[in-house]
Design a binder for this molecule. Sequence first.
Ligand code: ATP
Ligand code: MG
Length: 489
Amino acid sequence: MRDGDLLTIALPASAGAVLDRLAAAGHDAALVGGSVRDLVSGWVPKDWDVATSAPPEEVSALFPGSTWENRFGTVTVRGEGPDVQVTTFRSEGPYRDRRRPTRVTWGRSLDDDLARRDFTVNAIAWRPTDLPSGEGRLVDPHRGISDMERRVLRAVGDPELRLTEDALRMVRAARFAGRLGLHIADETATVIRRHATESAALSGERVRDELLRMLEAPDPQRPPSAALRLLEELGLMAVLLPELAALRGVPQAKALAGDALDHSLRTTDALPADRPLLRLAGLLHDLGKATTLADGHFIGHEVAGAELAAAVADRLRLPRADARWIERLVRQHMFAYTPEWTDAAVRRFIRRVGADLLDDLFALRAADNAASGVLRPASAGLDELQARIAEVRASGPLGQEGLAVDGNDLTAGLGIEPGPVVGELLGRLLEAVLDDPSLNSRERLLQLASTWLAERGAGGHRQADPPNGPATAGDGPAATIGDPGAVPR
Ligand code: ATP
Ligand code: MG
């Protein structure tokens, strides 16, 4: 296939209708970008993008109910089949700060529009000749089809110009090469290496969106690590994710060879493709190893790592809730289960981790195990802990809300004023019930509380809190090894 060839495609009704109506109104309109790249490769496109000579106002007027999203004039049209993104031909204005165009100029023609696109494989268009039969002609002035066939990713036009006017294109190069299995053309790669430090000026949001799209890689043959390794090789990881790049060369005593960065990449790959944020947590889970290396055992690396991961997430402008969730996963990933754990220890573990985090924490740990070369039967401890969690969750309360008494019961039943003492009593009651769920009746709890209150009044000392769940120890996942030091009460 080449420029000017006819190609018949299975066009979804929604995309066909958009092309049809634009043409009927006298505008030039063609499929462009990822959808055409996918079509010439014989893949089914996931997005349908149309470029047109019609200005955005006119596009939205032609399609009632469509939404006009941003100042770049992308209009989303919903219809039968997938959404269609319609973009007015552009020839971008100058970039002042290598971050985003200072202004967008509408282009005159499809050729203008293709010339401002990033890579040749993304600069192919398909212009309909007979819509009902799905027939159209390929427009490929930059020889993107041939590059796709030869599996090469090449900047459109002058790579120096193309890659420096928007630094995000360097990051996108790693994404496309990794996800599509392309080799980055030498000249393109050389320019990226030369200008990699300029990616520091990119906004966190734009880097985040590219990173998450790398992490969405659905094809196990081309896992996210392919793009991430390219980020490293091109010198972009050291600029954008220095905490991660610092794991290169940090030694690991694991069954699988490689350093802490190799291990992190393997962990990411082992997580599900439809959970890009969980994959990000996997990528960041061992960041603390670079800073705790000195002690030889990475003691406390999950604490240092949680802080580093939170800093990365904030820098990438992740929503607050997502950033805290990643921080918690990293913080908790080193639990060390052994069969000696009592039910009370299992309940404390659930309380410490938070019931809402358990499923994701186990998924992360399973990936961590797989990426460490920890195989069955050693990894069976994880399943056992999960089974025991299900049991104890059914057998008694895990939080104050499950207690048979609340604050009002205590003030009324014991004749005390509301205040900090009530909170303290509820905390102690919960500890008691975690140890022995059979205590969880109104009568027993009021009795216990009144005894404690009497001790307090008599100047008795409050007991020390029981140890807060299992300690963590050692380096790798420890759900696998019996570590007597880690046995909680
Ligand atoms: P995917 O299938 O992963 O969505 P895509 O090719 O559709 O791939 P997008 O990021 O959705 O990639 O961008 C759509 C098209 O817009 C690209 O194919 C490219 O032609 C153009 N494009 C997007 N961002 C840029 C950019 N920063 N510089 C130049 N062209 C860009
Ligand atoms: Mg797209």
